[in-house]
Design a protein around this ligand. Structure first.
Ligand SMILES: NC(=O)c1ccc[n+]([C@@H]2O[C@H](COP(=O)([O-])OP(=O)(O)OC[C@H]3O[C@@H](n4cnc5c(N)ncnc54)[C@H](O)[C@@H]3O)[C@@H](O)[C@H]2O)c1
Length: 389
């Protein structure tokens, strides 16, 4: 089985799908690895390191797609909504595609991927189970985004994060509020604490309270209870408008008292709920910073502009930059490469694809096959009729 690693083409993307360190284990597993020239350069992995570990470098993208049985990317068509479509004519029916495919995004896009005939696996659909933990790329990327959000906030805030007692007086620690304590939010709390801030967090899932507290954060309790807060996978369920309205009312005071607000409250496949309104921002102190990790899906802050950093008239900075994992490309690529190589070693045994539908990891990540969208969860989400077993 030949694995092909094309260079990422999404504008500004700096990650690469495989790093040299994982190649020996793939070779041992019976794979050959082909890498497009320069694919790892932006992530600080030069071509020579790939060849030193046993990969072969091919000069152009078309050769990678032509050679590979399995194409592995970070952002495929779907999650790469800018240039991903250009790869579709390069895919062929007997090929496998692995990467971020945004399976709960647009039905047209997923149908375009299906129409190539390719057997595609979406890393976003990886079950959140102990068995699949080593393959969970969403967790890896969210970890990096949560860390980077705090670093950006610390850089922009006109205050220090830690408490300092100096001859020039005592400096009080920065107050950081995280809204949405999933993987990214929890990493933001941990990072803010390491920098010496006082961190607190709120999430509608009661289960997150203990996780916040175990990281030294204060859990913000709001007198409003979500209906059926989380689904079987642990994801938040969408709530009605009345709930979000009440949340905003109750969060107003906590937001106003924070120097930094990191918002990471998302609901899979849905527009993110607006939890920080213009009115709430206007009550924050000048110089405060909001980093909106939900910017890509509409944002948790009413004023967020997707992809931009803005300073609103009250002097509050709102950061809506996208794809933060790509700004730490070395470690983001390393973590992603470990996740996908664990997945490939699971998927291919003795040089053959294991299309074992009784295997939860394979069944749940398989998105398209033989021209059809075959994933039951995605079909249900997109209101497509279910397929015969
Ligand atoms: N291997 C594992 O067992 C494993 C690995 C990773 C994540 N998980 C679990 O998967 C689940 C999803 O994690 P994720 O980080 O991908 O989540 P996510 O990115 O889908 O959402 C981020 C957070 O936003 C919260 N949120 C949504 N709407 C909100 C609102 N209106 N107000 C406040 N908070 C809101 C969610 O509850 C979630 O905690 C979690 O339960 C997590 O613990 C399990």
């Amino acid at each position: 089985m030949k694995i092909g690693i094309p260079r990422e083409t999404y504008p500004g993307e700096r990650r690469v799908a495989l790093v040299p360190a994982v190649i020996p284990s793939l070779l041992k597993g019976g794979f050959e690895v082909f890498v497009e020239a320069g694919a790892g350069t932006e992530a600080a992995f030069p071509d020579a390191e790939y060849t030193a570990r046993g990969a072969q470098i091919l000069a152009d993208r078309a050769s990678i797609f032509h050679t590979a049985d399995i194409v592995v990317q970070v952002l495929c068509h779907g999650s790469n909504d800018r240039t991903g479509k250009d790869d579709l004519p390069l895919l062929r029916p007997e090929q496998v595609l692995v990467g971020f495919l945004r399976p709960l995004g647009s039905i047209e896009t997923i149908r375009e991927i299906a129409a190539t005939g390719v057997t595609s696996f979406s890393v976003e659909l990886m079950p959140r189970t102990t068995r699949a933990q080593s393959m969970d790329a969403l967790t890896s990327m969210a970890t990096i985004a949560g860390y980077k959000a705090v670093v950006i906030a610390a850089d922009r805030l006109p205050r220090l994060f830690p408490m300092l007692t100096t001859a020039a007086g005592t400096i009080t620690p920065a107050r950081v509020l995280v809204i949405g304590a999933g993987v990214a939010g929890l990493q933001a709390i941990a990072t803010a604490r390491r920098l010496g801030a006082v961190a607190s967090a709120y999430d509608l899932r009661p289960a997150s309270k203990e996780q916040v507290q175990s990281l030294g954060g204060r859990f913000v309790e709001l007198p409003v209870e979500a209906q059926d807060a989380q689904d079987a996978r642990g994801y938040a369920r969408p709530q009605d408008d009345a709930f979000y309205e009440r949340q905003r009312e109750l969060l107003g005071q906590v937001v106003a008292e924070s120097d930094v607000v990191i918002t990471a409250a998302v609901v899979p496949g849905k527009k993110s709920p607006v939890l920080v309104t213009e009115g709430m921002v206007s009550r924050m102190a000048p110089g405060s910073v909001i980093v909106d990790l939900a910017a890509e899906r509409g944002g948790n802050c009413e004023l967020t502009r997707e992809g931009e950093l803005i300073v609103v008239k009250q002097g509050v900075t709102i950061v809506g930059w996208l794809n933060l994992a790509s700004t730490v490309p070395y470690h983001a690529s390393q973590m992603y490469a470990r996740n996908v190589s664990a997945f490939l070693l699971h998927l291919v045994k003795d040089g053959k694809l294991r299309m074992d539908q009784s295997d939860e990891i394979i069944r749940e990540t398989l998105l398209t096959r033989s021209g059809e969208v075959v994933n039951a969860r995605v079909r249900d989400f997109l209101s497509l009729p279910s397929l015969p077993a």
